[in-house]
Design a protein around this ligand. Structure first.
Ligand SMILES: [Zn+2]
Length: 122
């Protein structure tokens, strides 16, 4: 069984769980929240910088998923938390962008942001 690493969205706790690929995500051992994200495990990465990039990518992707769904508030809340335990430049920048974003008119702003973020990610 592979070892997966998770990070709790609610409290920022990182933890590892042995589980099958199709098993449901575990809840946070620290606060019990079900809002956890799967992050790439350190195992298999040659160096720490690759690991950090992969983790950053996972966080940005999650934020982008919120934006694509039109959940600006959730995206904001998520990225604020993520910034606390994983403060990279890109995550800080996204956090600033989101906190400045005006209330969407017919979802236009959100849609545009999602597109821009998508482009940046390549
Ligand atoms: Zn937690």
């Amino acid at each position: 069984m592979p070892l997966y690493e998770f990070e709790c969205e609610a409290c920022g706790k990182a933890f590892e769980v042995l589980m099958k690929r199709d098993e449901e995500f575990p809840s946070c051992p620290s606060c019990g929240s079900n809002e956890v994200i799967k992050v790439p495990s350190l195992f298999g990465f040659q160096d720490k910088s690759t690991y950090r990039e992969e983790r950053e990518r996972a966080i940005l992707k999650r934020a982008r998923d919120y934006l694509i769904d039109g959940k600006l508030k959730d995206a904001r809340r998520f990225i604020e938390k993520a910034k606390e335990f994983h403060p990279t430049d890109r995550i800080k920048r996204l956090s600033e962008t989101l906190s400045e974003a005006k209330p969407p008119k017919g979802g236009f702003i959100i849609k545009r942001e999602a597109t821009i973020l998508k482009k940046k990610e390549g």
